[in-house]
Each structure stands twice: as C-alpha cells, then as structure tokens.
Ligand binder design. Structure first.
Ligand code: HEC
Length: 172
C-alpha cells in the first residue's frame, strides 16, 4: 500500500490547515471584535446601570450629551489601559486625597463633575485648587484621543462616580 503514508500526511496537513485557520479566523475574532465601537462591557450595563443611553451634564450651562453603553465601554477600556495603575477603583494612589469620587470631583476648582470640565482637565491636568499645572497625572492630548473619545472616558469616570459601588472611596 504505497499510497497510505502519503494520504496520511495529506490528512495531517489538512488538519494542520484547519488548526491554523481556526487560530486565525476563529480565535482571532474576539480581539478584533473588542476593538469595535459596538462592543459593550457587561460591567457597564450591570454596575453603571447603562441599559438605554444615558444623558450626562457637560458643563455649568447645563448642556447634556447622551452616551451609549458602547461609548462608555470604550471609555472604560481606555481608562483600564492607561489610568487604572494610579486610579484603581476610582482612587488616586499617588495622592489619595484627590480620588475620582463625585464629592472630590465636585470640590475641585473649577469643578470636575461635568464631562467637558473633565476633558479640560485631561487635556491639561491642574492641581486641585486649579492654581498650577500638575505633572503627577497623565495628560491626554488631542493627538492621543479625539474630543469625542475624551468625552467617552470622562463619561465613564462620571458615571462610575455616580453609580459604581465603592468608587473612589476605598482606603488602602
Ligand atoms: C502616574 C499616576 C497617574 C496616572 C497614570 C493617571 N493619573 Fe490621574 N491623577 C494622578 C494624581 C497624582 C492626581 C492628583 C493630582 C493633583 O491634584 O496634584 C490625579 C488626578 C486626576 C483627576 C482629578 C481628580 C479630582 O478629584 O479632581 C482626574 C479626573 C484624573 N486624574 C484622571 C485620570 C485619567 C483619565 C487618567 C488616564 C488617562 C489618569 N488620571 C492617569 C495620578 C495619575
């Protein structure tokens, strides 16, 4: 039976191709999908209570913008990748007196408990009394995040401060 070994190799090769194919197209897709804007983090639905899009106050004039669960999830992902090291659970590890709780955000000068004010802070972080620039936090220039994306991150912070249990209140 001179053909059998050949056929065997052929079968193995087919199995190998199938394996590689699965790796590329099967297991690969979740990571592509997670970069899509319509991907919703279950945490956002459950703990931030964003079922339908929610409306948040943008500025002292009382303007509002509506944020979908997907937009907040995108903000959450960015926060986790770039901010969480210092701000885990809404705390501020290098300076615990300035957490991301609603109370602390509201008490800053100018107040940071509004989306656009938070974006302004991220573009140029300032000390708590607003008197000078601080280099302790991480600056988010427009070359890194667009206006809309920076608003999504800010919305995630604000909504967490409003809803997430223990956000910014944990003491280490
Ligand atoms: C290296 C540590 C570090 C990283 C990374 C960092 N921060 Fe900060 N952040 C701080 C410190 C320290 C303060 C307090 C600064 C001060 O008041 O002098 C602060 C303050 C803040 C405040 C103001 C809190 C308040 O109560 O007024 C916000 C909002 C904030 N950070 C958001 C972010 C976001 C969003 C990111 C990710 C892009 C980020 N931070 C990354 C250290 C960090």
């Amino acid at each position: 039976m001179p053909f059998l070994p050949g056929r065997n190799v052929c079968l193995r090769f087919a199995a190998f191709l199938l394996f590689v194919g699965c790796g590329l197209f099967g297991f690969g897709s979740p990571s592509w999908a997670s970069s899509k804007a319509n991907n919703v983090d279950p945490y956002v639905r459950r703990y931030l209570d964003v079922q339908e899009p929610v409306s948040l106050v943008m500025n002292a004039e009382g303007q509002t913008r509506v944020f979908s669960a997907a937009e907040m999830s995108a903000g959450k992902r960015f926060f986790e990748d770039n901010c969480k090291n210092c701000h885990v659970g809404g705390t501020t590890l290098p300076n615990p007196t300035v957490p991301l709780s609603l109370e602390a955000l509201r008490g800053a000068t100018p107040p940071r408990d509004m989306v656009l004010n938070l974006v302004t802070f991220l573009r140029q972080p300032m000390t708590y009394d607003g008197s000078e620039e601080t280099y302790a936090c991480r600056q988010v220039p427009e070359s890194w995040l667009s206006q809309e994306e920076a608003e999504n991150v800010s919305a995630f912070i604000l909504r967490s401060a409003q809803k997430a249990p223990g956000w910014g209140n944990t003491t280490f």
